[in-house]
Design a binder for this molecule. Structure first.
Ligand code: APR
Ligand code: PHB
Length: 391
């Protein structure tokens, strides 16, 4: 089988790239290791920057998000028992974020793809990448006992942190940068109304907490916990009790609890692979970089990559120019590192670090105090939170 672009991975990066290529009339297929239901079962962050919502609209999949997404003009920082509002709209000259679950973004992309009958091979086993140094790379896989080989002009590695794409690059050609944080996030999804109409990021002596939401009737809460925490330790009651201890009195009173519909512990990591192109293989999204979830930059970074990659491929196939391909990696990385810096900084500011003790806590509180009291500092937080412009 032959195509112009073979996309490996049908997460949000692969699906969005597919939608943009289809719109430009570029022939492509997607090869995904898991089933569609499995992909939809993953629960991830849900704060979309304007660049992401714009790109979803451009790709023709923004309708439900525009109808159901919750526009947030600000969020609260909670420290020393008091909440302080960061007014995103006022601080950034009118920019906002949209709260709409990544699962819903993925569902909208999948449905649009299905409606257009674009080729997607789910449950592909032994996916392997060949010949990225030459003119005609290939992706091979096994599905339902049948071996398939796809010949293409480019491969888009959109297969996440554990995917095969990055691992197919020779060691000498790639450099990775990594920081692993000494804690995790215990997350609970529950069909209860959110405690507040905006998000609350809390710094407490007991550790970080986050109150988020998926809709007016579905909430998403997180608390910082040891990364190897056994889930059995956290009954629903134990989770709600600990969350309450990390909230201010007003929120504690308002918090509506209920049975969890999902509960899991996620590790926190910062990771970047450089460069993001090797011959005819491009990396995009989690395949190239991971941020800790504080600030919800993961999906927004992935959509930036996809925008640059779709532009580069459209330029190559339609306008016969290679500049976009040559600049893809450096264009992405300058944005990626800025978001890495912000996510690392926000994580460092809001979490309890076992080694830094009471001194560390006091320094964080002083920085938070400065942040909410200084227009310059709040503006810097706000402009990073709503997303830096695409260059
Ligand atoms: N072959 C084919 N597909 C694979 C392989 C493989 N060897 N390995 C992994 N995959 C698939 C995974 O099953 C998954 O569906 O690639 C997809 C990668 O999707 P994501 O991990 O969601 O990554 P991405 O699409 O880049 O999304 C970025 O997701 O993880 C969050 O915080 C992140 O929000 C960001 C967004
Ligand atoms: C979420 O809703 O899951 C979420 C929101 C904001 C974050 C991280 C996660 O910073």
């Amino acid at each position: 089988m032959k195509t112009q672009v073979c996309i490996v991975g049908a997460g949000p990066s692969g699906l969005l790239l597919g939608a943009l290529l289809a719109k430009a009339g570029i022939d492509h297929v997607i090869v995904e290791r898991q089933s569609a239901d499995y992909v939809l079962g993953r629960i991830r962050a849900g704060v979309l920057e304007q660049v992401t919502t714009d790109l979803l609209v451009e790709a023709g999949v923004g309708e439900r998000m525009q109808r159901e997404g919750l526009v947030h003009d600000g969020f609260d920082l909670l420290f020393k028992g008091t909440r302080h509002r960061i007014d995103l709209r006022a601080l950034t000259g009118g920019k906002v974020v949209t709260v709409y679950g990544q699962t819903e973004v993925t569902r909208d992309l999948m449905q649009a793809r299905q409606a257009q009958q674009l080729p997607t091979y789910y449950e592909a086993q032994n996916v392997a990448i060949h010949g990225i140094d030459g003119e005609s790379p290939k992706v091979s896989f096994r599905r339902g006992g049948v071996e398939t080989e796809i010949e293409c002009e480019f491969i888009a590695g959109c297969d996440g942190y554990h995917g095969v794409s990055r691992q197919s690059v020779p060691q000498r050609a790639i450099k990775t940068f990594e920081k692993v944080y000494p804690f995790g996030w215990l997350g609970v999804l529950a069909d209860v109304p959110p405690v507040s109409h905006e998000l609350i990021y809390a710094n407490t002596e007991r550790g970080f907490a986050l109150c988020s939401m998926r809709s007016a009737t579905r909430s998403r809460y997180y608390i910082q916990c040891p990364v190897d925490e056994p889930l059995e330790k956290w009954s629903d009651d134990a989770f709600w009790d600990e969350l309450k201890l990390r909230l201010d009195p007003h929120a504690r009173e308002r918090l509506v609890t209920g049975p969890s519909i999902e509960k899991s512990v996620a590790p926190l990591r910062s990771f970047v692979a450089e460069p993001m192109r090797f011959g005819r293989l491009f990396l995009a999204g989690d395949a190239a970089h991971i941020v800790p979830p504080t600030g919800a930059k993961g999906l927004n970074l992935a959509t930036g990559d996809v925008k640059y990659l779709s532009e580069a491929l459209i330029e190559y196939f339609i306008e016969k120019r290679e500049a976009g391909i040559a600049h893809y990696s450096s264009r992405c990385l300058s944005r990626v590192w800025k978001a890495e810096r912000f996510s690392w900084w926000f994580t460092s500011l809001m979490h309890r670090f076992p080694e830094s003790g009471e001194f560390g806590q006091k320094i964080q509180e002083a920085e938070l105090d400065y942040l909410v009291g200084s227009v310059a500092a709040s503006t810097s937080l706000a402009e990073n939170y709503v997303g830096l412009p695409l260059q």
